[in-house]
Design a protein around this ligand. Structure first.
Ligand code: CAA
Length: 293
């Protein structure tokens, strides 16, 4: 069955090489998924070689973990390692037909990143953004060809979360949308097409849950009490752990973005920004298992 709003899949373009802009946590996770599921070359870039190397180290470490768990064979591990590469030279993106960014969640940064990379890529390459709450249409404002831009929003942890939100702007072509839907399917993810609206669907709901949890904390309730009180709802993770997983900085930013768009409906938390300076809410043992506060 064709997903709601999806164009004819025959319009999808072939994806034979992928460029990833940003080598942070989300970008590294989905770069690995691209090589693993699509078996095509993936090249990642970032501001400097140090950041690129950190991303590559993460990916190679995850490939080693998959090998250790016998999820992939030694041949497959070698193949994946050979398909992934890093660069600080944008001309390595010239033959990419799908370029996706996951750089800092700031409109101006993303606009400039795309305007810059457009000079190096082919006329027909599709551009995708992993933005979680910015307007995809505005992100494409400085592009010569904004009709090739589509939102492609992954969730953390990318390897296990089954959904991708595909975001269509008023300008997105059916070819770009069909390519995004086919790519999501090839990644073995479920894709939903959402409107270009702050937070799309998932973050809108999460911002409500996490915002109310932060409101309770900022009003004097402890994280431990909030988590314990919400346990009967059967959330896959208590709010404090989810904030930690998403990253406190990103979480605080998501609340800000929703509050800016709908001040009456969404809570933002200065306290969460302060906590973000400490990096984490939770103490973990040497194996990364959460011990508590
Ligand atoms: N990276 C890679 N794999 C991970 C992982 C991670 N960070 N965390 C867990 N996994 C893998 C584990 O390795 C395990 O795989 P194997 O079976 O192959 O060993 C599998 O996931 C299950 O892990 P657990 O046994 O630890 O399972 P769990 O039952 O505790 O589930 C969870 C873990 C899937 C993360 C679950 O707690 C969950 O769904 N949490 C909610 C996550 C969520 O809501 N994410 C969305 C965040 S919002 C976002 O990302 C959008 C944004 O823009 C801000």
């Amino acid at each position: 069955k064709r997903p709601a709003g999806a164009p004819d899949k025959a319009l999808a373009q072939k994806v034979t090489k992928i460029g990833v802009i940003g080598a942070g946590l989300m970008a590294s996770q989905f770069a690995l998924l691209f090589v693993r599921r699509l078996q095509v070359p993936v090249v990642i870039t970032d501001l400097d070689q140090g950041r690129v190397d950190k991303g590559l180290d993460y990916i190679r470490g995850e490939i080693a973990t998959l090998l250790g768990k016998k999820r992939i064979s030694p041949d497959e591990a070698n193949r994946l390692n050979a398909l992934i590469s890093g660069t600080t030279n944008k001309s390595d993106f010239a033959d990419c037909d799908w370029v996706i960014e996951a750089v800092f969640e700031e409109l101006g940064v993303k606009q400039d990143v795309f305007a810059d990379v457009e000079q190096y890529i082919s006329e027909t390459a599709i551009l995708a953004t992993n933005t979680s709450s910015l307007s995809v249409e505005e992100i494409g404002a400085k592009l010569a060809h904004p009709e090739r831009l589509v939102g492609f929003h992954f969730f953390n942890p990318v390897a296990v979360m089954p959904l991708i939100e595909v975001v269509k702007t008023p300008k997105t072509t059916d070819e770009a949308l069909a390519t995004a839907m086919a790519t999501a399917k090839n990644l073995r993810k479920n894709a939903v097409i959402t409107r270009n609206t702050p937070g799309f669907v998932v973050n809108r709901v999460l911002a409500k849950v996490l915002g109310e949890a932060m409101f309770a904390v900022d009003s004097g309730t402890s994280f431990a009490t909030v988590d314990e009180a919400l346990a009967p709802l059967g959330l896959p993770m208590p709010p404090s752990q989810l904030l930690d997983l998403v990253g406190l900085k990103v979480g605080a930013h998501v609340l800000d973005t929703h509050h800016a768009a709908f001040p009456e409906r969404f809570y933002r938390s200065d306290n969460l920004h302060k906590l973000a300076e400490y990096g984490t809410l939770l103490e973990k043992d040497s194996k990364g298992k959460v011990k508590g506060f």
